[in-house]
Write a new protein. Structure first.
Length: 255
């Protein structure tokens, strides 16, 4: 209620003052927020709106309006704070739940190899439970060998007692990969530069060299039969009986 409104009420006749006071009170209430009238009515003395305005009743109404506005503003702030806290809690809960699902669905054997040997006469590429070097895991994620049938590179990790001589010869390699006839296996050892003349598989070769800590890298071309051959890009990791043959291999169809 403004000072001007109060001044006008004092100068009006008694009936008009009472009527104007009631109208002004209703207008003041209706112009507030939806919760303000209930707050205001609870704070006003009974019968205030039916009595002629006096300096005391006018002051009471003014103070009640201010108190109601303050209470309403405080309620809005509390409601906003509760909404913000609830939204933040819900967001955090959703993120925690998604992280839980991802962890639950993750393969517990990730980073460890399963023995790779198919019933179709496939060669053994990894020992069971072998820990694949991280560089090779990363390099073989999306690497494919391009031929008549594009095939993915897969990791290689086999126990190999290198006895100080480094990489195996053709027959030793055939034995390592469980070739059915090691002594007669059609295997050719190539230099990586001669195998990949266009530098198309440089990332794979680099990853193998990194896994072998700079040891010699070679490519073994193994004929599977017909038009199918496999290329094994490998190196040695470690020395003596604790050494491993690590790298990557891919199938090629050369018609």
């Amino acid at each position: 209620m403004t000072p001007c409104s109060m001044f006008c009420l004092r100068r009006a006749p008694a009936y008009n003052r009472r009527h104007s006071f009631q109208s002004l009170l209703k207008r003041c209430i209706s112009q507030q927020t939806p919760t303000l009238p209930r707050i205001l009515l609870r704070t006003l003395p009974r019968g205030l709106a039916d009595s002629p305005p006096t300096p005391t009743s006018t002051l009471t109404l003014t103070l009640a309006l201010r108190s109601a506005q303050t209470t309403s503003r405080q309620q809005r702030l509390v409601a906003q704070a509760q909404f913000t806290t609830t939204a933040a809690t819900r967001m955090a809960s959703d993120e925690d739940y998604m992280a839980f699902l991802e962890k639950a669905n993750r393969d517990p054997n990730e980073g460890y190899a399963k023995p790779q040997s198919s019933s179709e006469g496939g060669f053994k590429a990894t020992d069971e439970g072998a820990s694949i070097p991280a560089a090779i895991q990363e390099a073989t994620k999306e690497a494919f060998y391009v031929s008549d049938a594009d095939e993915p590179f897969v990791p290689v990790c086999l126990a190999w007692d290198e006895a100080g001589k480094g990489l195996p010869d053709e027959e030793e390699f055939a034995t390592l990969i469980h070739h059915p006839d090691p002594s007669n296996a059609a295997i050719e050892i190539q230099d990586p530069a001669d195998w990949d003349t266009q530098g198309q598989y440089g990332a794979v070769v680099d990853a193998v060299r990194k896994a072998g800590k700079g040891n010699d890298v070679r490519v073994y071309r193994v004929v599977k039969g017909g038009v199918k051959v496999e290329y094994w890009v490998v190196t040695t990791d470690g020395k003596g009986k604790g050494a491993r043959l690590v790298g990557a291999k891919a199938l090629a169809v050369e018609s």
